[in-house]
Design a protein around this ligand. Structure first.
Ligand SMILES: [Zn+2]
Ligand SMILES: [Zn+2]
Length: 219
């Protein structure tokens, strides 16, 4: 993925379409080259996304007549090349999904940095009994499996039952992480000397003879 700095640098570059004078949009290059099979040689290309651009408007009929399939042309150029070229596109939406969004890149970068900072704090969070780094990573669906697994192990060392509810209420989308969480929660109860009341599911002392929430009594 592009770094936030690179993304902002590309978004600040200004190029104009020679056919329609629209400003070209920075797009992440696809992993393959439609034409000759060679790489694009750049991570970003600038594309005229104006649907009124003359070569794009005329391209549909031209490609239909010449090649017998659906397609048109958009003007594109690479930032360090002197001029661009017309590039064949197969649909109206080609490249629309890869237009650089600086806000999204900044947000993704920030999230990634936060995950990294929390991960670095995991070991120290055991002695300080700080749940924030482990909970932050575990409940972040974008965090890596490895980091989330270590967050589970860290929670077992911190032994603070107050994190139990947030974890059991969270919907884990990754099955491996979900599996790890499902095996961690009973262990967490155990190390905290707690149990779940079989009637009301509230967390109570493991030795309790009576549930303080629903008054159920235990033999
Ligand atoms: Zn244009
Ligand atoms: Zn109960």
């Amino acid at each position: 993925m592009l770094s936030a700095d690179d993304c902002l640098r590309y978004c600040a570059m200004e190029f104009t379409c020679p056919h329609c004078k629209s400003r070209l949009q920075p797009c992440e290059t696809p992993p393959f080259h439609i034409g000759d099979g060679l790489g694009w040689g750049a991570e970003v290309m600038f594309v005229c996304m104006n649907d009124e651009c003359p070569p794009y408007v005329k391209g549909w009929d031209h490609i239909e007549a010449t090649y017998g399939h659906v397609g048109s042309y958009r003007y594109m150029r690479i930032h360090n090349e002197k001029k661009g070229e017309l590039m064949m596109v197969g649909s109206k939406i080609a490249f629309t999904g890869s237009i650089l969004d600086p806000d999204a890149v900044i947000a993704a970068n920030k999230r990634h940095q936060q995950e990294k900072d929390w991960y670095d704090q995991l070991d120290d969070s055991v002695s300080s009994k700080d749940l924030t780094p482990a909970m932050g990573i575990l409940l972040d669906e974008h965090a890596s499996k490895k980091h989330r697994s270590k967050a589970c192990d860290t929670l077992l060392k911190i032994k603070d039952i107050s994190c139990y509810e947030a974890i059991s209420n969270h919907e884990f989308k990754n099955t491996e992480v979900e599996f790890k969480v499902n095996s961690t929660l009973p262990m967490l109860l155990k190390v905290c000397f707690k149990k779940e009341c079989p009637d009301c599911a509230e967390i109570i002392q493991v030795k309790a003879k009576k549930c303080k929430h629903c008054q159920k009594t235990f033999a």
